[in-house]
Design a protein around this ligand. Structure first.
Ligand code: FCX
Length: 434
């Protein structure tokens, strides 16, 4: 695997730098932390080393220095008009370098081959769950069930030098990522299409195959899936799914355990589940107002009622971003280009005209702008993927690319177990009085 030798070459000097920083600058104070930050979710506290992507509050995400619009031009595609292949962003996050079309093809082939190794018991475990168990329960159970395959644990038991941890981690990550589309599609067809499953097409790319196995075989649906898989792949290190994966991984838990932890976090309504909740919110609004095409005035009233009832407006707000999420913008551009008249897209536009003012008027919401989830479900629905409960699973398939790449780097850097300090309430009260 030439990617492995390349990765080791790139990583060796970097892991030396990390060791040197710890040794020679370990005492350097890098930040003051306030009581407010600790008691409101540690926002802004620099406490993680993440190399795959970086989030700027104003500009949004950059993957290894490249913004989404830049990557749309720079990453290899199947069709000139189409979207970049997620294999390319994986390569970029892994190596820090832009891939050639050959690199992307190599990863596509690797994943298609590795995907064939899903053990039979994984499907048995899924089948043992009730059909109406939320797809995220089924997805996560399947991920855990696959940890029987972990090369890391086997190598660890045999006895492995610390500096080699990254190698079985890489193998596990490649296997895991390769198998997620088939598992997601299996759950989708099980729950919504009576278990009428579709075989993978090994000639297709990773995201195209996911659309194919879900039964959405048009080139348009594949194109959307490539975009979706690209933009959800990473959001630096502190978001719940990335941080949970990293934290659990710091105990040397194998990639399956670590990723499963991240996916449990993604299933929360303030994180990845928001993409499904947006659709519930929209549809409830249409039902309550009693029409398919509510006016902006009606939407405003409904949004105000949501807040008055002590609920959040899903798809809006962000812990770091302070502007419209570029992941929202790129999806809106896609929708405006290909399906401008789709009723759900019209509704998304209207909500965008109204909700930021409603949230701004509360005086407490730090970011009244839409995030990635405000439109992703409407786009999927408009392309025929109408089963909302699968949306967070799709988010999870994509998120694997970033958080698992970072897990490999955690090993390459030789990062230690994570163990921050906690204090009881008395300690905080005493601090306040100091
Ligand atoms: N609707 C209503 N209230 C909101 C809100 C929203 N969309 N966004 C923030 N607020 C409220 C918070 O609940 C908090 O209220 P409190 O003081 O009574 O506890 C207050 O405004 C300040 O919160 P703020 O600092 O702006 O936001 P946080 O960093 O605490 O939370 C999230 C960020 C994303 C969790 C929050 O904006 C939210 O709940 N949004 C709706 C759910 C959502 O869309 N999540 C997906 C986010 C993301 F893109 C993803 O992970 O997929």
């Amino acid at each position: 695997d030439y990617i492995k030798s390349k990765l080791l070459e790139i990583a060796q000097p970097k892991s030396q730098i990390v060791k040197k920083l710890v040794k020679e600058h370990g005492e350097k104070v890098i930040q003051n932390v306030t009581m407010g930050q600790v008691l409101t979710g540690m926002k802004g506290v620099v406490s993680l080393l993440t190399c795959t992507s970086k989030l700027d509050p104003e500009e949004g995400i950059r993957f290894r220095g490249y913004s989404i619009p830049e990557l749309k031009n720079l990453l290899p595609k199947i069709h000139d008009e189409g979207e970049p292949l997620p294999e390319g962003i994986f390569y970029l996050m892994l190596t820090g370098e832009l891939p050639t079309p050959e690199d992307v093809r190599y990863i596509s082939e690797q994943w298609a081959q590795r995907a064939q190794g899903i053990p039979a018991h994984v499907y048995d475990v899924i089948e043992a769950l009730p059909k109406d168990a939320h797809p995220m329960i089924q997805f996560n159970t399947a991920i855990l069930a696959m940890s029987t395959e972990s090369q890391f644990r086997k190598a660890y038991l045999v006895g492995m030098d610390k500096k080699d941890y990254w190698d079985p981690t890489y193998e596990g990550v490649m296997d895991l990522i390769s198998r997620l589309p088939a598992i997601a599609a299996y759950i989708y067809r099980r729950v919504f299409y009576n278990g009428d499953h579709i075989e993978p097409d090994p000639s297709l790319d990773w995201a195209g195959n996911l659309a194919h196995m879900m039964g959405h075989d048009s080139e348009e649906a594949k194109r959307l899936m490539r975009l979706y898989m690209l933009i959800h792949s990473d959001h630096e290190g502190g978001n719940v799914s990335a941080h949970a994966t990293h934290l659990v991984g710091s105990a040397l838990s194998n990639p399956y355990y670590s990723f499963s932890a991240g996916m449990n976090g993604l299933a929360g309504p303030l994180h990845g589940m928001a993409n499904q909740d947006v659709m519930h919110w929209l549809n409830k609004m249409k039902r309550e107002i009693g029409c398919e095409d509510p006016t902006e005035e009606q939407i405003k009233k409904y949004a105000e009622e949501t807040l008055a009832n002590g609920r959040v407006i899903p798809g809006y707000g962000h812990a770091v971003l302070r502007k419209t999420d570029p992941r929202f913008t790129v999806q809106l551009e896609f929708a405006n280009k290909y399906i401008p008249d789709a009723p759900y897209i019209k509704l998304v536009n209207k909500i965008y005209n109204v909700v930021p003012d409603v949230l701004g008027a509360t005086g407490k919401v730090k970011n009244p702008w839409p995030n990635v989830d405000a439109i992703s479900g409407s786009l999927l629905t408009s392309y025929g993927i109408k089963e909302f409960p699968i949306y967070t699973v799709l988010f999870g398939v994509s998120r694997a690319l970033g958080v698992l790449t970072q897990l490999i780097w955690d090993r390459l850097y030789g990062l230690q177990i994570e163990r921050p300090k906690s204090q009881n309430l008395r300690w905080f009260i005493d601090k306040a009085e100091e």
